[in-house]
Ligand binder design. Structure first.
Ligand SMILES: [Zn+2]
Length: 224
């Protein structure tokens, strides 16, 4: 079977996590979200976690050398033999170059970089209204998915808070970081003929449908 080695690109709040999880189910590919890997490292109080935590709390990107080793280990694992979905890495051109080297050393190549495109004002609207339950991390949105009772989780009744990542000043900072460091990746992958753009303003179902169609085509192209 042909491999689907994928990178998901897009600003924070573009729905990469949602789409990545759907892809994982539909195409049975392991989904590696850097945010999750780092957050679990933070909870585990590992050396990586302690170092990563300081950067994340400021809304800064975690330095390359902290992340690259972890990701490469994932790509080397047997579960990634038929492909993988990377979300949150690479975030900079040097990371993209490091990924290219890692993938090449494994005798693989990237199939596509999927850009889920969402304008900045929409990002602010989406992330600024997000509320997360303190106890179990259930996510609500004041506009798109409000809880029955303001400030309270429908599932377990615990308090809803604004995660550090979703605070206005941190959102603005994340968007600046995205523009400055991650957006250059769009041309990086465009130059390599790997970029596929998807309109991320449609509903999650429609976006998912488009991505599935695109990947089926890519897989057919590879098999011929
Ligand atoms: Zn909850």
């Amino acid at each position: 079977m042909s491999e689907l080695n994928l990178v998901l690109l897009g600003p924070p709040g573009a729905g990469k996590g949602t789409q990545g999880e759907r892809l994982q189910e539909d195409f049975r590919l392991p989904y590696y979200a850097t945010g999750d890997i780092l957050r679990s490292a933070v909870r585990g109080q590992s050396q990586l976690g302690i170092s990563a935590k300081e950067y994340m709390e400021r809304g800064d990107l975690v330095p390359d050398d902290v992340i690259i080793g972890v990701i490469c280990d994932q790509l080397r694992s047997p579960e990634a033999a038929d492909g993988f979905i990377l979300d949150g890495f690479p975030r900079t051109t040097p990371q993209a170059e490091a990924l290219d080297r890692a993938v090449e050393s494994l005798g693989k190549e990237l199939t596509a970089a999927l850009l889920i495109d969402v304008p900045e004002e929409e990002v602010i609207r989406r992330l600024g209204g997000r509320r997360t339950c303190e106890k179990a991390g259930h996510v609500f949105h004041v506009e798109f998915n409000p809880p029955e009772k303001e400030g309270v989780c429908d599932v377990d009744g615990s308090r809803l808070i604004i995660r550090d990542d979703d605070k206005p000043e941190v959102i603005r900072h994340r968007l600046e970081q995205y523009r400055e460091k991650t957006e250059p990746l769009v041309s990086y992958y465009e130059d390599k003929g790997l970029l596929r753009r998807i309109d991320g303003t449609a509903s999650p179902d429609e976006v998912g449908e488009k991505i599935r169609g695109l990947l089926s085509t890519l897989r057919m192209e590879q098999e011929t």
